[in-house]
Design a protein around this ligand. Sequence first.
Ligand code: MTE
Length: 344
Amino acid sequence: MFAHRKNPLDPDAATETPEAVFLNRRKWLAAAGLGLGAAGIGGYWGWRRWRGSDEEVIAGGEVETVPVQAAAGHREGTDETPRQSLHDAFPAPRDTRFSYGRAETDRADAARYTNFYEFSSLKSTWRYVDEFQPYPWTIQVGGLCRNALKFDLDEFHGTYSDELVERQYRHRCVERWAMAVPWTGIPLARLLRDADPLPAATHVRFVSFFRPDEASQQQYTEYPWPYEEGLTIDEAMNDLTLLTTGVYGRPLLKQHGAPIRLVVPWKYGFKSIKSIDRIELIDHEPATFWSTLSPDAYPFQSNVEPHVPRPWPQDEEWMLGTNEVFPTKLYNGYADQVAGLYRA
Ligand code: MTE
C-alpha cells in the first residue's frame, strides 16, 4: 500500500513556507519587538536566494527544441506538409468568452509555486526539472474508439493550428491556493471527436509519463506511478476542458506540465494532469493517482465545492503572488457551464 505519515497535499503539513506567509511572519515578529536583527536579515537573504529570481524560475523550466524540419527530415521542394514548430503556434487568439473576474497571476509567481510530484514534493519544482526532456514527445489516443490517434507535438500544432485558443481560467488547488492564468490549447472534445469514441466509452483515462531517469521521484515506489487521472466522457467533452500546450502565450514550462497537459477549471487542480503520455477511452471509472493514495479525501469527481471539506475546510482560497483571499465558489465559478453535468 502507499502509506504516508502526512498527507502531501495537506496545507498544514506544507514542506515549504509560502512567500506571503514568510513575509507576514517577519512583520509580526518585528511588531512584537523581538529584535531578531542581523539573524533575521540573514534569514531573509537566505530565503531570497532559495526563492530564486523571476528569470531563474522561468529559465529553469524552458523547453529546449531542435529545429523541427531538420528533425523530421522535411525536404525542400516536396509536397510534404511543412511542420509547425512548437514556438510558431504562440500566441493564439484570445477566446473572449472567458475572463478571470480578478487580477491575472504574475507569470513568475505561477511558475515558482507548482505541484509536480514526479520531480519533488516541494513547490519549487522548477529546480528539479533540468533532466526532463519533453520535446520531442508523442501522445496517443486509443481504447474504445474507431480512430486511434498518435501524433507528436509538431503534428498536433500543425493539425489544430486554426483552433488553438487562449483562455483566461481560474485554477484552484485542493491545498487552497489559487491562480488566474491564460492557458493555450484546444477543447479536448475536438480531439476526442477525431478519435470517434464507441458508444461503450463512458470514461476517459489520462496517463502521464514514466521516466525515472528524468524524474527522480519516480525512482521511489512510495507513489503509484505513473500519475493517472480520469473524467467521465461528458466531463471530457465539456467545452471548458482544455488540452493545453501553452501558458502566458508561450509553450508550457516544464514545471507546468510541458509539453501537453489537461486543464479542468471547475475541479481541484490535481485533476489537471500534466505531461500526458496517453489518453484512453474506457467503459469504467478508472483509478487515479490521488484516489489510490487517499480515496476519501480525493474522490474521482473532486469538483470545487466550498462546503465540502477535502479533507480540510475549502470555503476560502488565497492567490499566488498577492496572497489575496477570496471565498471559494461552487465549481470554481463555472456553474453556468457545468452544473448541468451533475443534476440528477
Ligand atoms: N500532474 C502530474 N503529472 N503530476 C503532479 O504532481 N499535480 C497536480 C496537477 N497535475 C500534478 C499534476 C496538482 S496537485 C495541481 S494543483 C496542478 O497540477 C498544479 O498545476 P501547476 O503546478 O501548473 O499550477
